[in-house]
Design a protein around this ligand. Structure first.
Ligand code: ADP
Length: 544
């Protein structure tokens, strides 16, 4: 006979995270900088009260369990309230990436069947442009002060403060099944239409607990956390949930993410920890170097979304900030690994740790990883065998919104990344399967070649892509932005590789460009580069 434990059952609901923060850390601040640069300041208690008011407004209008509500907004307190107000009554907060093409945004809103959309004033023109394509949206709500709204609107728009104003300040959050959907986020759709990933209360709560641990993001009540990663893409890596969980102060940077704007905000608010993609940190370090400014409190930067080049980690160290490498993806809510010291490496010197910390790190408790070869056999954790990275765990998607087709292979989610895992469990992404360069039957890691280019003092940014080659199938081409004032040429840069990789891995050519295309989430847009330069070698060999 099975013998069950005799413990209370409490559903894991997101509302309970904020409710506890409002009691336990009631005076801890949430600071938001708006698009104009003005600072708004309130506390977890205020956030909880106003989220409850939003919940009542939605219920009064007839929003039901499972209904989707879209958001088009920067990181800020009203966006945080929609996270909690919508999900707290069983609705689904559908965060939309405003940097996508308007047609893609309309597609996503229609696919999700959003009943209402909340948007920041800076996206008013976008909303007017797409509203006609989204006939199912019943109400457009601008995240702004009370009406009157600008009379120029061509569609009917309400103000957020009108919507929630005057409602009861004491709202009792309903209890429901923890497996119900809470947040919906679409992948960027670099291949095909965007696909919706539907997170549950349970999955997000468990990720918040696990990600706060000392060897994960190391969050605590004494930290001041600035989520620079957008709340419109994969829950700002869960920080709007994990920060209230531990009672950390939150600082939302709004729309301005350049080095100077972030530095001044961090200094003013005493930010200790932040999280962003490498391109943001490149800008940050560049500003600190140019201005000669220091950081007083800011000591840890989570770097993820794309590989953290060793050179970036080294530059951050030089300015006094520790880069903490993390890996994940939309389908993983997104956190899969964080690179932190193992027991064996507790006292490793800086050089040794710098070498290990270029890896993406070890799986968070609650996530399992393995690597498999082309025939699906599991590969050893020896730090050299590279295979497709597979994941499973409490916050890994098993299918996409609106589809009952499983995304899993034999119970595991195929990540599309190629990785090695060493005997201590440190996972290292060598490439994305669609970016890996297949030359004469061998695989060349585009990330490794990019990292070498980035370690050259005259290179500002670099991308490496596989281009069609009549003899070798594909050969690597470097696309490079030089540092200002540099006259670096292709021969000089390619000679730089000679003592760093095998001869056959050295790129065949370099194209210098003024800037590199980025995706809506700030990553290198290699698809666009492949479209433009894919025939570089075919064309140039044809000419000779
Ligand atoms: P998309 O880029 O399609 O929007 P995601 O935002 O979910 O999708 O990105 C997930 C992918 O980003 C991962 O599968 C991986 O290829 C890449 N990625 C994320 N973090 C890292 C990292 N630290 N190092 C290397 N690649 C990373």
């Amino acid at each position: 006979m099975q013998l069950f434990g005799q413990m209370m059952y409490q559903p894991m609901l997101l509302s309970s995270l904020l409710e506890r923060a409002a009691r336990q850390y009631s005076g801890v601040e949430i600071v938001s900088r708006d698009a104009e640069g003005d600072i708004h300041r309130y506390t977890y208690r205020d956030c909880h009260t106003r989220s409850g008011q939003l919940a009542q407004a939605l219920q009064a209008y007839g929003i039901k369990v499972g209904d989707r509500i879209g958001t088009l907004a920067w990181n800020g307190y009203r966006h945080m309230e929609t996270y909690y107000g919508v999900s707290g009554i069983g609705g689904v907060c559908h965060t939309i990436n405003p940097r996508l093409f308007p047609d893609q945004i309309a597609y996503i809103i229609n696919h999700a069947q959003d009943r209402m959309v909340f948007f920041d004033a800076s996206f008013a023109a976008l909303v007017e442009q797409i509203a006609g394509q989204c006939p199912r949206v019943e109400r457009w709500v601008m995240l702004c002060e009370k009406a009157p709204l600008p009379p120029s609107f061509s569609i009917s728009v309400e103000s957020y403060e009108d919507l929630i104003g005057g409602l009861d300040e004491n709202f009792e959050w309903p209890h429901f099944d923890e497996r119900l959907a809470a947040v919906l986020c679409y992948t960027s759709g670099t291949t095909g239409d965007p696909k919706g990933v539907l997170y549950s209360h349970r999955s997000l709560t468990l990720m918040a607990f696990s990600s706060a641990l000392p060897d994960s993001l190391g969050l605590s009540a004494v930290e001041t956390v600035a989520p620079v990663v957008p709340m419109f893409h994969v829950n700002a890596w869960g920080l709007p949930f994990s920060a209230p969980l531990v009672g950390a102060k939150l600082v939302f940077p709004g729309a301005k993410l350049d080095g100077e704007s972030l530095h001044s905000l961090f200094e003013q608010e005493g930010v200790t920890l932040s999280a962003a993609v490498p391109t943001v940190w490149l800008g940050f370090v560049d500003y600190m170097r140019r201005s000669g400014k220091a950081t007083q409190t800011f000591k840890r930067a989570i770097v993820g979304g794309a590989a953290c080049p060793p050179q970036l980690a080294a530059s951050m160290r030089e300015v006094g900030v520790k880069a903490v490498h993390a890996w994940g993806m939309t389908e993983m809510s997104p956190l899969g690994t964080v690179c932190s010291r193992s027991h064996e490496l507790a006292h490793a010197g800086e050089d040794e740790w710098a070498r290990v910390s270029t890896k993406q790190g070890r799986a968070l408790p609650g996530v399992e990883l393995k690597i498999v070869g082309p025939d699906e056999t599991e590969l050893p954790w020896d730090g050299t065998s590279a295979g497709e990275l597979m994941a499973r765990g409490h916050w890994v998607a098993d299918s996409y919104f609106g589809s009952d087709k499983s995304t899993l292979r034999d119970g595991w989610f195929p990540t599309g990344d190629i990785a090695t895992i060493d005997p201590d469990g440190y996972m290292h992404i060598t490439d994305r399967s669609k970016d890996v360069i297949k030359s004469g039957g061998e695989w060349i890691s585009s990330i490794e070649l990019e990292n070498i280019a980035l370690s050259h003092p005259d290179v500002e940014s670099a991308a490496c892509i596989g281009c069609a080659h009549p003899k070798w199938d594909e050969r690597p081409l470097l696309v490079v932005v030089r540092r200002e004032g540099s006259s670096l040429d292709a021969w000089q840069l390619l000679s730089f590789y000679s003592d760093k990789v095998a001869k056959w891995c050295i790129p065949d050519d370099v194209v210098f460009v003024p800037s590199l295309p980025l995706t809506a989430t700030g990553k290198l847009q290699k698809v666009a580069l492949r479209q433009k330069y894919g025939n570089h070698f075919v064309d140039s060999l044809g000419r000779t």
